[in-house]
Ligand binder design. Structure first.
Ligand SMILES: Cc1cc2nc3c(=O)[nH]c(=O)nc-3n(C[C@H](O)[C@H](O)[C@H](O)COP(=O)(O)OP(=O)(O)OC[C@H]3O[C@@H](n4cnc5c(N)ncnc54)[C@H](O)[C@@H]3O)c2cc1C
Length: 422
């Protein structure tokens, strides 16, 4: 008797269809469905000009192409409106990502100018002519101190021009070259290696390769009782602005420099009498001004005298108390007091680490650049021999030319770094 073969193969049931046949049928069905899907998608693409789609991560609904510019296609979910970048190929994705990173590394501006007085506006003109992407930030009216000066007699090309009109000429000149002007207050500068950041009061941050700081300064106060309380009620730091209100009335002028004498002469044409009060025995003002002062019959000079109190009633200042060199006090009837005892440069924005003198003026080199590369300081905030409109304008020119060079060097340095990385 033949021995029965009990190998496992003999025990297996033969399947109705082989595994390969099953796979073939499965793939045929899948292919059919896929074709149906593709045809329906193509139909809908043709209808709505959609050039790509994907499932939304959030709601699982299809996200269609919203726009297709040269940079990158954007997919947007038709339900939750979430957007996705869409790259047509891995190569395109690589290129786009590299370009986005490059843009992130570049600041939005080449140069940011802070302050729109003569220094800042002049810097703006030169920066625009050097084809720099520039913005000027001004918290008030462009023109700065120049704008409040009624008669400028020493700006070359103009024998006598109203400060407001001269400011407007600077402003129009800068605008003609397309300078962008933001009416905002700058509140901080954060210096960086490749670029600097400028924070504005509205929360915006500007980034630039170079900063030109031109915030000017403010007049110094006497610090006596009645001064701050009567500001605008008889106390003034600008005769050209407020002199008109004291027409035919007695006024006092405090100070011994150019500005004090200029303004005393100016007020003598308007007021009934001008009492010039100076704490020293001689004036600091130039000789020509002193000669002009001596020729003004309405000006009375009180040397070696200080103001110790400003007295007022409900309608404003009515008199001041003075102390002479012998220590004797006297009261003088005046209805206005104009104070020209010095000037404080606006140093609030000066970043830590910038070299300054004890009076708060910033020290710069011949390019108006501070000891922090790329931060330039111009106009009344910069330490120099005199503060004048023509000097501020000249500072602006120098700084803008030098800043443009800095920008070019930084940009070429960045390009070199980028090409080395790629
Ligand atoms: C009464 C008076 C008379 C003068 N007369 C003459 C004259 O006859 N001839 C002459 O040559 N010079 C004159 N000067 C001096 C001359 O006006 C100044 O030297 C000159 O204006 C300085 O220019 P600047 O651009 O440095 O500053 P400013 O003119 O002070 O301008 C600075 C600007 O910066 C802005 N600013 C400040 N801080 C910020 C901030 N954080 N954010 C945004 N903006 C800011 C201010 O609003 C201002 O507009 C006079 C000055 C005074 C006060």
């Amino acid at each position: 008797m033949r021995k029965r073969d009990t190998t496992p193969q003999d025990n297996r049931q033969q399947p109705l269809f082989s595994w390969t046949v099953f796979q073939l049928i499965f793939f045929q069905i899948a292919l059919q469905n896929y074709c149906v899907y593709i045809i329906s998608e193509m139909n809908s693409l043709a209808k709505s000009d959609i050039i790509a789609c994907r499932r939304c991560d959030d709601c699982g609904i299809r996200a269609d192409v919203k726009s297709d510019n040269e940079e990158v296609c954007i997919l947007q979910c038709s339900i939750c409106r979430k957007e996705y970048p869409f790259y047509k190929s891995p190569r395109e994705e690589r290129i786009m990502r590299a370009r986005i990173e490059k843009e992130k590394a570049r600041p939005e501006y080449d140069i940011v100018i802070i302050g729109g007085g003569p220094a800042g506006l002049s810097a703006g003109i030169y920066a625009m002519r050097a084809a720099m992407k520039t913005v000027l930030v001004e918290k008030g009216t462009p023109g700065g101190q120049m704008a409040i000066n009624k008669g400028v007699e020493n700006y070359p090309g103009f024998i006598d021009i109203n400060g407001f009109d001269l400011s407007d000429k600077f402003f129009q000149h800068a605008k003609a070259y397309g300078l962008e002007i933001l009416q905002e207050e700058a509140i901080a500068i954060e210096p960086g290696i490749a670029h600097h950041e400028i924070r504005l009061a509205n929360g915006r941050t500007l980034r630039s390769y170079a900063v030109i700081l031109s915030p000017g300064g403010v007049s110094r106060t006497l610090g006596v009782p009645g001064e701050i309380e009567n500001l605008g009620r008889g106390v003034s730091y600008c005769a050209t602005c407020d002199g008109f209100f004291f027409s035919g009335k007695p006024v006092a002028v405090v100070g011994g420099g150019d500005t004090a004498l200029e303004e005393a002469i100016y007020l003598s044409k308007i007021s009934s009498e001008v009492h010039l009060i100076h704490r020293r025995g001689e004036f600091r003002a130039g000789r020509i001004l002193q000669q002009r002062l001596a020729m003004e019959p309405k000006i009375r000079v009180n040397m070696n005298t200080v103001v110790t109190n400003i007295l007022s009633n409900g309608s404003g200042v009515h008199s001041i108390v003075m102390r002479d060199g012998k220590g004797e006090e006297s009261e003088l009837h005046v209805e206005g007091i104009f104070i020209f005892v010095g000037f404080t440069p606006n140093g609030q924005l000066v970043p830590a680490g910038i070299a300054m003198d004890p009076q708060g003026y910033v020290l710069t080199d011949e390019k108006c650049e501070s000891n922090i590369p790329g931060i330039f300081v111009v106009g009344d905030l910069r330490k120099k021999y005199a503060n004048q409109i023509v000097i501020a304008a000249s500072d602006g020119c120098i700084a803008a030319l030098a800043a443009a060079r800095t920008v070019e060097l930084r940009q070429s340095g960045l390009e070199a770094k980028e090409s080395a990385q790629n």
